[in-house]
Design a protein. Structure first.
Length: 456
């Protein structure tokens, strides 16, 4: 939380505020104020490339929890107050909170949605469900609440829920990074990759959402996914060197699951719609085209590639991961996997680029982003491919919306519920409570700014 007015604190002093307790749960406390010249990060191009593997590298602070349950953030042995650029005003962080602790689970979503539908007589028109006889298979490297480094897991979790409640038979596939509870082994298959055969296990959890609708959550199990350091890399050492193998394995396993897993008395079959997400699943449409369709499988299946963040593309040396000997694809697939990189030059495999070229449709999280990725600045080297696909009407942006359960008239987690008739009073009360929760000055005249986005 940032306000336009902050208390004066002597330079060089670590400022802490008393952590209040309230609806938002544990609130960390820390704040840096320092007047010093800026120092360069010294980050090389290779260091930046290593960051591609993980968005969840922890910051240089350590969480210390007291017996009272309050999360108190204190500097670690290696941390130092962040430098301040010359001429910039002093910045402080008074307190922190995590709104993720209050996210509604699927059961609460259903209850809130039903309550709102009972209260609302006239509702605005929405996207209608179509092709309900076509099963939907969602594939992602992370899936909330089982695995999450950022927004990707949250969105994919919503896909699994929304397609199911609208009437589609729905499957969501992700790696089994840990020993997930309430999951049963339902099958196994053997996959050829990197010059040898590998066996993967499939674990299943069914969640029912009422009216005979629900989602089959499938977790692909293999030793390569069991890494306690992180999903994509070790924060101390960068990206895992076998990530190309790990997520290529996930893509083939995801293509096998609808064919081999008997769930609820039947397999999903070949006539499905796959939804691939970001670079980790870029090989899925490639395998569907070269491995399956050419062998008369998945002839009527389609695959959509959803781009959440073009900045991460999954680039590797082609000489280390040859198209034929590693991926098991015909040499002609080189034209789809070929990439370019400042470090690798033409000796580059681009997994996201391959997915963009072979997918039946490319979707983004907004119409504006669909336009942005077709520019040199926003396309990160793939703008030419995206422009060509857009010229055929195969690139579209669907604006991320606010889910039904985010409704101030029914929200059980705010201090005062409000509707159109009393929204001014309700917003004032909620603002004052948020100021109190964050340890800020409780002043209705101060501007309280909320920002959703990346800070780096």
């Amino acid at each position: 939380g940032v306000q336009t007015e902050v208390p004066k604190v002597p330079s060089g002093v670590l400022r802490t505020v008393k952590p209040p307790v309230g609806k938002f749960g544990d609130i960390g406390q820390a704040g840096y104020i320092r007047k010093s010249p800026p120092s360069g990060s010294g980050e090389s191009a290779e260091t930046a490339d290593n960051k591609e593997a993980s968005e969840s590298t922890p910051c240089s602070e350590t969480d210390v929890h007291s017996h009272a349950g309050l999360g108190r953030r204190v500097p670690s042995a290696t941390s130092s107050p962040p430098p301040e650029s010359a001429g910039m005003c002093e910045l402080t962080r008074g307190a922190s909170l995590s709104t993720f602790e209050q996210l509604a689970d699927n059961a609460e979503k259903l209850w809130l949605r039903q309550e709102m539908e009972e209260r609302e007589i006239e509702r605005p028109a929405r996207y209608g469900a179509r092709h309900l006889n076509t099963p939907v298979v969602i594939v992602s490297s992370e899936l909330n609440p089982w695995s999450k480094t950022g927004g990707l897991a949250m969105v994919v979790g919503s896909y699994a829920y929304e397609f199911a409640v609208r009437g589609h038979r729905t499957m969501a596939i992700s790696p089994r990074y840990g020993d997930y509870q309430n999951c049963q082994r339902v099958g196994a298959t053997k996959i050829w990759l990197a010059g040898q055969e590998h066996e993967v296990q499939f674990y299943h959890q069914r969640q029912d959402f009422g009216n005979g609708r629900g989602c089959d959550y499938i977790f692909v199990d293999h030793d390569c996914f069991h890494r306690p350091q992180g999903l994509y890399g070790d924060p101390a050492g960068g990206e895992y060197p076998d990530n190309c193998f790990r997520f290529s394995l996930l893509c083939i396993a995801a293509a096998e699951a609808p064919l081999v897993l008997n769930l609820g008395g039947s397999v999903y079959g070949e006539e499905v719609c796959f939804i691939a997400n970001d670079w980790q699943t870029g090989m899925l449409p490639v395998y569907l085209n070269y491995k399956y369709k050419r062998n008369r499988t998945y002839q009527k299946a389609r695959c959509m590639m959803v781009l959440h963040n073009m900045g991460y593309q999954g680039k590797y040396r082609m000489s280390s991961f040859p198209v034929d000997r590693f991926f098991g694809l015909p040499y002609e697939a080189v034209k789809d996997l070929q990439g370019e990189d400042l470090n690798f030059g033409q000796d580059c495999v681009n997994l996201l680029g391959a997915g963009v070229r072979r997918a039946d449709r490319v979707l983004t999280v907004s119409p504006n982003y669909a336009f942005e990725i077709q520019t040199p600045e926003g396309g990160h080297g793939l703008h030419t491919d995206l422009r060509e696909k857009a010229s055929k009407g195969r690139v579209m942006g669907i604006l991320n919306g606010i889910s039904d359960e985010w409704n101030p008239s029914t929200d059980p987690h705010i201090v005062m519920r409000y509707e159109r008739e009393n929204f001014e009073e309700g917003k004032r009360c909620c603002k004052a409570e948020l100021q109190r929760q964050l340890g800020l000055t409780e002043d209705p005249k101060l501007c309280l700014i909320g920002f959703f986005g990346r800070l780096c």
